[in-house]
Design a protein around this ligand. Structure first.
Ligand code: ADP
Ligand code: GLC
Length: 484
């Protein structure tokens, strides 16, 4: 039995700000249970879903050393979906109403978390074959393991896999302060270690010291090795290309399943989607306060409002699209104020055509996936993207930019061969985006059977974890062969 410990800063159902939580909440339970004992360790945030906070069972407590500091760490546990979850408790670090705050606080917070994860292994008596770390918040785990813990017998054979879900976020901070907080020294803070552009960089630490590095799609794995996509770390990634792998995310098929989704009013499958989607669409229009026009081409968006997601392109085209096309927009998201305000402005100017719900809501998100005709995701970059996968599964045709995981998962419609599952454009260019929306809308209006073909092909695609889990299994096997 292989023992794997996932270390992450978020996981469904406990705490979620984005796709990382979906992945850590679903990948572990997809490994064959007879072959793997997969567990997960998370911070115990004060802002975690209250339903779970009260049901955590205390396991142990100790003090973690952070440089000259000794900080209290409690370990609690809970089970969800057959997976054992551990939580690191410290009311000072994990207070507040959000998991992340100012970066200077977060670097200490996640140095503490990384240290506590390694210390906890001894206390919970679970020495995994592999610690699977996720994003910069856990980047110090491979560093601490290599520089401090490896010396202890029980830690000698632990291997690490480090997954990059978004290279934009790196956990960079002043060298002196990171040196002080971590108690690390020497070559760790050189360009061969985690130094990067004069700062200490947790993500780079993960890349350099982990036994294998993965990212969440094959295209993104290539993109981050280029100056355009590497956010300054492309050189390091090219150096370590031999241990870099792109493995696409899957979807939690229990949660995102139009046949049994409890959030949606009319559940459906491929055989009755043409009957049920219009009913869900009507409910969505009602919920969003849009006129119930069955023929309006309803475009949904569910997204963090960040420039990553292509909102600058959307800003360039909205006036033209809203003033000339028979479309409706149902938008759900929160994030940067300038984008939130942009949607507020257009919702006021075109109340019959655009409705923006500036909030976080599972309920409305699922209603958009089920009720919209198309799903817009013109990302500047996209490591994998889960929302287009959900849209595909719900017969909602994605309109995307060909980048990262979007390029790997949405096949452009070909009118000659009647193949493809969505619409896409190559350049980060507003005209191209407007053109693709126009083409999609025209097809929807005039060639219903072709549109239906696109929907059904998308719904039939398999985005479960199965094939990706096989890739992870192979990777785990090879990582365990590495001699220490
Ligand atoms: P990212 O992690 O970059 O934000 P992903 O596509 O990987 O993008 O995952 C986003 C996840 O967050 C999806 O599960 C999506 O449904 C969810 N999500 C994003 N914004 C909202 C929102 N405002 N309300 C509800 N769910 C949201
Ligand atoms: C990140 C990426 C997103 C990806 C998710 C899960 O948040 O932005 O593309 O799907 O992580 O890996």
């Amino acid at each position: 039995m292989k023992k794997i410990l996932f270390a992450s800063s978020e996981a469904v159902p406990f705490i979620k700000t984005g796709g990382l939580a979906d992945v850590v909440g679903s990948l572990p339970k997809n490994f064959p249970s007879g072959k793997y004992d997969v567990r997960v360790i998370l911070p115990k945030y004060a802002c975690m879903d209250k339903r779970f906070l009260k049901d955590l069972t205390p396991v142990t407590e100790f003090y973690a050393e952070l440089g000259w500091r000794k900080q209290y760490a409690g370990i609690l546990k809970a089970e969800a979906d057959g997976i054992q979850y551990y939580f690191v408790d410290n009311e000072y670090y994990f207070a507040g109403d959000r998991p992340y705050g100012e970066i200077y606080q977060d670097v200490e917070k996640f140095a503490f978390f990384s240290k506590a994860v390694l210390d906890a292994l001894d206390k919970i008596d679970f020495f995994p074959d592999i610690i699977h770390c996720n994003d910069w918040q856990t980047g110090l785990i491979p560093v601490f393991l290599e520089k401090i813990y490896r010396k202890k017998e029980k830690y000698r054979n632990i291997r690490t896999v480090f997954s990059i879900h978004n290279i934009r976020f790196q956990g960079r901070w002043k060298m002196n302060e990171v040196r002080d907080v971590t108690g690390l020294s020497g070559e760790v803070f050189t360009p061969e270690g985690m130094e990067s552009y004069g700062e200490a960089n947790y993500l780079k630490g993960g890349i350099v010291y982990a036994d294998a590095v993965t990212t969440v799609s094959k295209s993104y794995a290539m993109e981050i090795m280029t100056p355009e996509g590497g956010e300054g770390l492309d050189g390091v990634l090219r150096k370590y290309a031999f241990k870099l792998f792109g493995i696409a995310n899957g979807l939690d098929y229990d949660i995102y399943n139009p046949k049994k989704d409890a959030y949606i009013p009319f559940r459906f499958h491929t055989s009755d989607v043409m009957k049920k989607k219009p009913k869900n669409k009507e409910k969505l229009q009602e919920k969003m306060g849009l006129p119930k026009h069955p023929d309006a081409f309803l475009i949904g968006m569910v997204s963090r409002m960040s420039d990553q997601k292509g909102f600058d392109l959307v800003a360039c085209i909205l006036e033209k699209i809203l003033s000339t096309e028979n479309v409706q927009f149902a938008v759900l998201g929160t994030g940067e104020e300038r984008y939130e305000n942009m949607f507020r402005y257009f919702a006021e100017k075109y109340p019959d055509k655009l409705s923006a719900n500036i909030s976080y809501s599972e309920n409305i998100a699922h209603l958009i996936y089920a009720g919209a005709d198309a799903f817009l995701m013109p990302s500047l970059f996209e490591p994998c993207g889960l929302t287009q996968l959900i849209a595909l599964r719900y017969g909602t045709v994605p309109i995307v930019r060909e980048t990262g995981g979007l390029k790997d998962t949405v096949e452009p419609y070909n009118k000659f061969t009647q193949e493809g599952t969505g619409f896409s454009f190559a350049n980060y260019d507003a005209e191209e985006l407007a053109d693709r929306i126009h083409t999609a809308r025209e097809l929807y209006d005039t060639q219903k059977s072709c549109w239906k073909g696109i929907m059904i092909r998308g719904m039939k695609k398999n985005f479960s974890w199965k094939s990706s889990v096989e890739e992870y299994e192979k990777l785990y096997e090879s990582v365990c062969q590495i001699k220490m």
